[in-house]
Design a binder for this molecule. Structure first.
Ligand SMILES: [Zn+2]
Ligand SMILES: [Zn+2]
Ligand SMILES: [Zn+2]
Length: 274
């Protein structure tokens, strides 16, 4: 086995169903229309395991995916839907403090938002043991390398992550996957870091434009330019059911005459082995 990716959550900040919403998607019986907040699990060939983002449902997602240990948490940014489950890494940080990586702004916000973790509080109170670590260079976890990719989320400078693993067969090249959520612009310098990954998981909110997120069309256009072999959309809102997003992807590919690239919406629990 090479790298195993598991989509822990594929929904936008509200999740689906949205609290108080009676729309057809929020009432859908299709399990793929139940979307927890966006997060990814990454497992390497040597048993290394990390997650990208720890949203409000991190505990449920970790139980569902059978996460028994973590070697690192990689953050894209500090919005509530990406970090407010961070306290729930507690049982996974008992034996070893857990490094939490992000850009310096995100790490500053984590220190502020989770200030109780770093304060002297009552004795015996359980707190996660985390090591907030600002990074701008690649991070190596066993055989996996996580490279930060600066992208724009509206006016915010946030990170996507490139995940690479050296192939265990000498004839095969490096396995590479790219995860870009909450993105509204990919700077030219970051396109160079991205290269041509085997898989691109990319945030795509809905069909209508949004100031801080790619629409389906913008995400698929960026993906086609990048030239990933497989593209999975994530951070999806309740405007369309899963089946219709599959249809949207299919039509987009047909209209642009794009061949040799597979595009689909992701869903919670989707496993991808590279
Ligand atoms: Zn988000
Ligand atoms: Zn709804
Ligand atoms: Zn965000």
């Amino acid at each position: 086995m090479g790298v195993k990716l598991t989509i822990l959550g594929s929904g936008t900040s509200d999740g689906i169903p949205v609290v108080g919403c009676d729309c057809p998607v929020c009432r859908s019986k299709d399990t793929r229309d139940k979307r927890m907040r966006t997060s990814l699990s990454v497992e390497g060939n040597r048993g290394e395991r990390a997650v990208i983002d720890t949203g409000p449902e991190f505990r449920l997602q970790a139980i569902r995916a059978g996460i028994k240990k973590l070697d690192g948490v990689f953050l894209t940014h500090a919005h509530a839907d990406h970090v407010h489950g961070l306290d729930d890494v507690r049982p996974l940080s008992r034996t070893m403090p857990l490094p939490v990586y992000g850009n310096s702004k995100t790490i500053d916000e984590i220190r502020e938002r989770f200030s109780y973790i770093f304060k002297e509080t009552q004795r015996g109170g359980g707190k996660p043991r985390i090591i907030p670590t600002p990074v701008s260079e690649p991070v190596v976890l066993g055989g996996l390398t996580f490279t930060p990719i600066p992208v724009k989320h509206g006016i915010l400078d946030i990170l996507g992550w490139k995940i690479e693993e050296e192939a265990h067969l000498p004839c095969a090249g490096t396995i590479s996957a790219v995860y870009l959520t909450d993105t509204s612009e990919i700077p030219a310098a970051s396109r160079k870091i991205i290269g041509k990954p085997a898989i691109l998981i990319i945030g795509a909110l809905r069909t209508r434009p949004h100031e801080t997120h790619f629409s389906f069309e913008q995400a698929l256009t960026a993906a086609a330019e990048i030239g990933a072999e497989r593209v999975c959309l994530t951070h999806i809102c309740h405007d369309y059911p899963h089946e219709e997003i599959i249809e949207f992807c299919r039509n987009f590919m047909k209209e642009r005459s794009l061949k040799g690239i597979s595009t689909e919406p992701s869903y919670d629990g989707l496993e991808i082995t590279l």
